[in-house]
Design a binder for this molecule. Structure first.
Ligand SMILES: NC(=O)c1ccc[n+]([C@@H]2O[C@H](COP(=O)([O-])OP(=O)(O)OC[C@H]3O[C@@H](n4cnc5c(N)ncnc54)[C@H](OP(=O)(O)O)[C@@H]3O)[C@@H](O)[C@H]2O)c1
Length: 299
């Protein structure tokens, strides 16, 4: 199959190339899909770049998220068959013609593959962080980084749970965040004051999806570090907030995302789609840090 491959860590555009490699196969508890689109997440280029401290021991296919059509069903798998359209998280890479998924959900018929492809990691993460906060309908949550992949999903899952959402974004994305149903405000210095003015009834939870230093403001707003979750500020655990990462193997969370997609309560803009040969450009755009929605690769 054609796949993006790297054999050493480094700048993605330098170390990634598209090659013919052996196809992977579904093991027990897994399915293989013919990939129709693969989502790009910041963790993908961080790993390829060596920023996570991992070096490839062998030629490696990057990427986690993908959507496609099942063409192999592993031992012990039920509820899905060859021909089912699914989306989820790959083990062994997703930037390829075929990917083996370890966690998946059915793709709603009306959801394009390109949209579903971007929802594995952001969707699972959104459900995970909101489950940690366990807020009640009518309460208010602040989502820092509301215009990015995880932020867009978190805003909409929170709204579906009956929460009021204040979402931060850059100047160019204020209207976009409002269009999702959140009250928009700018990210950065002065966040706590801006949010207090927008949420006179108080703030009951805070989600830092950006890792850009908002955790202290979120603690100030909620009055309790236990009411704050970060997915990207790994030093913030010392402040008493929840630091969460790596939620693979959670198909129940993806099933919630599939349900919201099917009900029309979740949308995810495709900010750009790149042919597999241009994976270096896709990773460079993601690394720029201001993607509005999701980038996808088309194998
Ligand atoms: N721990 C986990 O389980 C987990 C899971 C998924 C992702 N992550 C991590 O979470 C981070 C976000 O992922 P993503 O996929 O949502 O990234 P993304 O799609 O690239 O979005 C990043 C967002 O950050 C916003 N942003 C930029 N500067 C900011 C600032 N100073 N303050 C607040 N927000 C700012 C941008 O908004 P504007 O463009 O509007 O400025 C952009 O929408 C990444 O570091 C990723 O590796 C962790």
């Amino acid at each position: 199959m054609r796949a993006a491959v790297y054999t050493r860590s480094g700048p993605p555009a330098d170390v990634l190339s598209v090659q013919e490699i052996a196809e992977p196969h579904a093991g027990p508890g897994q399915v293989r899909i013919a990939v129709r689109a693969a989502g790009v997440n910041p963790i993908d280029w961080k790993i390829v770049s060596g920023l996570t401290g991992r070096s490839p021991a062998a030629p490696t296919v990057p990427g986690v998220d993908a959507a496609g059509v099942v063409d192999e069903v592993g031992e012990g798998v039920t509820g899905v068959q060859v021909g089912s359209a699914v989306f989820g998280q790959a083990t062994g890479g997703s930037a390829a013609e075929y990917a083996v998924l370890s966690s998946w959900a059915p793709k709603p018929a009306d959801t394009p593959f390109e949209v579903a492809a971007g929802l594995g990691v952001p969707g699972e993460t959104a459900v995970r962080v909101l489950d940690i906060l366990d807020l009640q309908p009518g309460q208010t949550v602040v989502v820092d980084g509301a215009s990015g992949g995880v932020g867009v999903a978190t805003v909409q899952v929170a709204l579906a749970r009956g929460l009021t959402v204040v979402g931060t974004a850059g100047a160019a994305n204020q209207d976009f965040v409002r269009s999702l149903g959140a009250v928009p405000t700018r990210h950065g210095a002065g966040l706590a004051d801006r949010v207090r003015a927008l949420a006179p009834g108080g703030v009951h939870g805070g989600v830092d999806t950006a890792g850009k230093g908002s955790v202290r403001d979120l603690i100030e707003l909620t009055g309790d570090p236990a009411r704050v979750v970060t997915i990207a500020d790994f030093g913030a655990g010392d402040l008493g907030v929840h630091v969460t990462s790596g939620g693979g193997g959670q198909p129940a969370r993806l099933a919630q995302i599939a349900g919201l997609l099917a009900d029309g309560r979740l949308r995810m803009p495709v900010a750009g789609s790149y042919p597999l040969d241009r994976i270096g450009d896709a990773y460079a755009e993601s690394a720029g840090g201001h993607v509005h929605g999701k980038l996808v690769l088309l194998p």
